[in-house]
Design a protein around this ligand. Sequence first.
Ligand SMILES: [Zn+2]
Length: 66
Amino acid sequence: MTIIKCKKCGQEFAYEVWGSVTPGGKERETANCPYCGEVGYSEITSQTISSYKLDDKGNPDRRKSY
Ligand SMILES: [Zn+2]
């Protein structure tokens, strides 16, 4: 889990890259800001990227992914 700050709206959010690494089938996956939708991070991967809002303690809220 990585925490980054959105360059557009300034909110911090978390993202993680998860899932199995498979040969081929790579696409550009993005971590979108949960607040404004701006792309905060992207990479070419066969895995999946999910992003999460942070709760009031600064921990990723895993109940909902974006
Ligand atoms: Zn944002």
